[in-house]
Ligand binder design. Structure first.
Ligand SMILES: Cc1cc2nc3c(=O)[nH]c(=O)nc-3n(C[C@H](O)[C@H](O)[C@H](O)COP(=O)(O)OP(=O)(O)OC[C@H]3O[C@@H](n4cnc5c(N)ncnc54)[C@H](O)[C@@H]3O)c2cc1C
Length: 394
C-alpha cells in the first residue's frame, strides 16, 4: 500500500446558498452533524454548513478512544462527570447511528491498558489509580507479567499497567460519514464547501448566517460547532469562544493478521488503537496554530513511543500520516449550550476528548436548542464562564 499523506482540509467550489431553516449549524464535524441529526429527528428544519469539501476536521483525525479515565486530571471533577455521562450513552449512541445509517461505526468495547515502562511512570500511574479508585472507577493495577498475559505483544520492558475495562473505542473514519447519513436520512441538509463568515444578529436575536461567498442561511437559531476554527466566525461578540488549535500528528500501520492487539494500549509517549484494518498511533500535542505539516520529528516520536511498548510495530507497513487540530478552550473544558444572545448556541472546545464526550454534548445541546431540559452535567460549561469579551477582541 502506498503511504498517504492526508490533507486536513480541502476547499470546494459551491453555489452561494440561499436557504431558510429553523436552525443553522456551523461546522460538520461530529458535533455539528450529530446535533443536526438530533434536531432533524425532532422535526426541526436544519441546515449544517461545513467549510471543507469532505469532513477533515478533528473528528476525522481522531483515534476514537473513548477513554474518560486515562487522561484524567485530579481537579477536573465536572469534566469527569460530563465524560462519565457520555460514556454511559456510548453503546446506545453507536447502535443508534449504525442502525440509522446501515453502517458499522467500529464501536469496540475493548477496554484500555495504560502501561508504565519505568518506575517513574509507574509511580505517576499509582497516584492516578488511587484517585480513580477514590472516585469509584472500575480500574485495576496489573504487574508487568499480568499486562503481557492480557496483551502478549507488549514489550518485556513494560513494568506495570492500569486496566480500564470500561474504556472503549470507535472508528472515527466510519462514524463520521455514518452520522452524516443518519442526519440526512432524518431530513437534515448538509452543505460542504460552504464556509460561514458571520453569524447575523439583530436586536439581540440571531437572524441566520452569512456565508463567505455571499450566500445566506436564514435561521432563528444557530449552533456554532466549528471546532478549532470556532473563534474565527465573526458576529459572536461578546461571546467569541476562546478556542485555539492544538495540533496532533498521527500515523497508521497496516494490520498483520499474525499480530493481534486486543485493547487500546497507552504509554506516556504514544498510544496504539487497533482498528479493523490497521493500528492507529498517536498523537503529538503541539501549540503551533494551524500548521498542518507532518514532521520527521513527529513521526519519529510516535514510532519511538509505540516501539517502546509494542516492538512488533517495527515490522508493519506505514500506510498513512496526518494531522488534526484539537479545539482547546482557555480552561480545556468544552463550551456547550446557549447564551444571552437569543437563538445562539455553542458546541465546541472539546479538546482531546470530543469523540468521547460527543453523545452527552450532542444530546445536551440539541435539548437546549429544542427548549427541553438540559442535563445538569452541562451546566458548568456555558460560554458565559469566560465573561463577555469586549467587542473587537479576538
Ligand atoms: C490527532 C487527534 C486525536 C484525537 N483523538 C481523540 C480520541 O482518541 N478520543 C477523543 O475523544 N477525542 C480525540 N480527539 C479530539 C476530538 O477529535 C475533537 O475534540 C472532536 O472531534 C471535535 O469535534 P468538532 O465537531 O467540534 O470539531 P471538528 O471535527 O474539527 O469539526 C469542525 C468542522 O467545522 C468546519 N468549519 C470550520 N470553520 C467553519 C466555518 N467558518 N464555516 C463552516 N464550517 C467550518 C471544519 O471544516 C470542520 O469540519 C483527537 C483530536 C486530534 C486532533
Amino acid at each position: 500500500m502506498k503511504l498517504v499523506r492526508q490533507p486536513t482540509t480541502a476547499a470546494a467550489a459551491s453555489e452561494p446558498l440561499e436557504l431558510e431553516a429553523e436552525v443553522a449549524v456551523v461546522g460538520g464535524g461530529l458535533m455539528g452533524l450529530g446535533i443536526a441529526w438530533r434536531l432533524a429527528q425532532a422535526g426541526r428544519t436544519v441546515v449544517c454548513v461545513d467549510a471543507a469539501a469532505a469532513g477533515r476536521g478533528a473528528s476525522w483525525a481522531a483515534a476514537g478512544m473513548l477513554a474518560p479515565y486515562a487522561e484524567l486530571d485530579f481537579d477536573e471533577v465536572e469534566l469527569l462527570e460530563l465524560a462519565e455521562s457520555s460514556q454511559r450513552l456510548w453503546p446506545e449512541f453507536a447502535a443508534e447511528v449504525a442502525a440509522a445509517a446501515d453502517a458499522d461505526v467500529g464501536f469496540d468495547p475493548c477496554g484500555s491498558l495504560v502501561v508504565a515502562v519505568d518506575r517513574d511512570d509507574a509511580e505517576a500511574q499509582e497516584r492516578l489509580f488511587a484517585y480513580q479508585r477514590s472516585r469509584g472507577l472500575d480500574v485495576e493495577r496489573l504487574g508487568g507479567a499480568a499486562c503481557r498475559e492480557r496483551e502478549p505483544l507488549l514489550s518485556p520492558r513494560v513494568h506495570s499497567g492500569t486496566w480500564s475495562p470500561g474504556e472503549h473505542q470507535v472508528d472515527p473514519r466510519r462514524l463520521l460519514p455514518a452520522v452524516e447519513v443518519a442526519g440526512t436520512r432524518a431530513g437534515a441538509t448538509v452543505r460542504r464547501g460552504a464556509s460561514c463568515a458571520r453569524v447575523e444578529v439583530s436586536a439581540g436575536e440571531v437572524a441566520g448566517v452569512a456565508m463567505a461567498d455571499g450566500g445566506r442561511v436564514r435561521a432563528r437559531q444557530v449552533v456554532v460547532a466549528a471546532g478549532a476554527w470556532s473563534r474565527a466566525v465573526d458576529g459572536l461578540e461578546p461571546h467569541r469562544p476562546p478556542v485555539r488549535p492544538v495540533k496532533g500528528q498521527m500515523l497508521a500501520v497496516a494490520r498483520d493478521p499474525a499480530l493481534t492487539l486486543g485493547h487500546v494500549i497507552r504509554s506516556p509517549d504514544a498510544y496504539l488503537a487497533p482498528k479493523a484494518d490497521r493500528w492507529v498511533v498517536g498523537a503529538t500535542s503541539e501549540d503551533r496554530g494551524f500548521d498542518d505539516r507532518v514532521t520527521a520529528g513527529g513521526v519519529w516520536e510516535l514510532l519511538d513511543g509505540a516501539y517502546a511498548v509494542v516492538p512488533s510495530i517495527y515490522e508493519l507497513e506505514l500506510v498513512e500520516v496526518w494531522t488534526g487540530f484539537r479545539p482547546a478552550s482557555r480552561d480545556n473544558g468544552p463550551i456547550l449550550g446557549g447564551c444571552d444572545v437569543g437563538g445562539l448556541f455553542f458546541c465546541t472546545g472539546h479538546y482531546r476528548n470530543g469523540i468521547q464526550q460527543a453523545p452527552a454534548s450532542i444530546d445536551g445541546v440539541a435539548a437546549a436548542v429544542l427548549g427541553r431540559r438540559v442535563p445538569a452535567s452541562l451546566a458548568p460549561f456555558g460560554v458565559g464562564r469566560f465573561g463577555a469579551a469586549p467587542r473587537g477582541v479576538r
